[in-house]
Design a protein around this ligand. Structure first.
Ligand code: C5P
Length: 255
């Protein structure tokens, strides 16, 4: 795909969003080499991470598009770049959990880490750095006019579908998808709700063979508080492994 970036629209901790020159309905997302934790308090550079994350997110979106999920993904003209349908983002993080871990344990002290959640648990968090992305209830989302009741329902259904598809794709490689964070947007062209942003190795917890000790995701970086060059190299190797593994998703057969 031939494409030309236009003006910078937005810059996040790990990506930049540009206009697509000559096409107001589309945009360009470029992954950066940064890795951050604790609301950006910790930040490191892993040269090449942008390309690795870009490959992962393109693999995930191609797989989801193939299975009928409405996403913003159009194409990935190179490793670090996606062309997407331009969206107005809904300022929510939607987290789906199969296994009790992370912040769920703090909010649910009776839960044991590693416990299976059946059915999956769905949570909404308001994207608000100053308030450390607090949990938000569905009635508050509607009251604050962040999304309508029907959009909340649509997000719940899509989030479950996305999780179950990715859970199955990972299962076929003997990896347990513990939890996943996704974001939604409304297309500027028609206001349609679609899965947007990126889904990469920063977005989930994945435990090969169901073993937390073997985790390959960003949690390795979060846990390594005094990370050195060797630690960053290990994190990069994990991200490369995940990019390779997700390349197989598109051929995954879903029953
Ligand atoms: O920390 P917590 O348990 O709420 O995280 C749940 C999931 O959401 C994890 O997979 C984590 O990587 C992801 N997450 C994220 N971005 C955030 C917060 C959590 O991708 N800002």
């Amino acid at each position: 795909m031939v494409f030309e970036k236009g003006a910078l629209i937005a810059e996040g901790k790990t990506k930049r969003v540009f206009e697509l020159a000559g096409d107001a309905r589309r945009a360009v997302i470029e992954s950066k080499d940064d890795i951050t934790a604790g609301d950006g308090v910790r930040c490191d550079l892993i040269p090449g991470k942008g390309a690795i994350s870009g490959r992962t997110t393109a693999n995930v979106f191609r797989f989801l598009n193939k299975h009928g999920v409405a996403t913003h993904f159009v194409d990935a003209p190179n490793d670090r770049t996606m062309v997407v349908q331009r969206c107005k983002m809904i300022p929510l993080e939607v987290v789906i959990r199969r296994i009790a871990a992370g912040s769920y344990l703090k909010r649910n002290p009776e839960a044991k880490e590693g416990e299976k959640l059946e059915p999956v648990v769905l949570e909404f968090f308001l994207k608000d750095d100053a308030r450390h992305d607090p949990l938000i209830e569905k009635h508050e989302i509607m009251k604050e006019k962040i999304a309508t009741a029907s959009e909340v329902g649509e997000m719940e259904n899509l989030a479950r579908l996305v999780f179950l598809l990715l859970e199955e794709a990972w299962k076929q490689q003997d990896v347990v998808l513990v939890d996943l964070k996704i974001e939604f947007g409304r297309t500027t062209a028609g206001g349609k709700l679609v899965l947007a942003d990126v889904v990469d190795n920063d977005s989930w917890r994945i435990w090969p063979h169901g073993r937390k000790e073997e985790m390959l995701d960003k949690q390795v970086y979060r846990n390594d508080k005094a990370i050195n060059a060797e630690g960053l190299e290990r994190v990069k190797r994990n991200y490369e492994i995940v990019a390779e593994m997700t390349a197989k998703f598109v051929d995954t057969k879903i029953e």
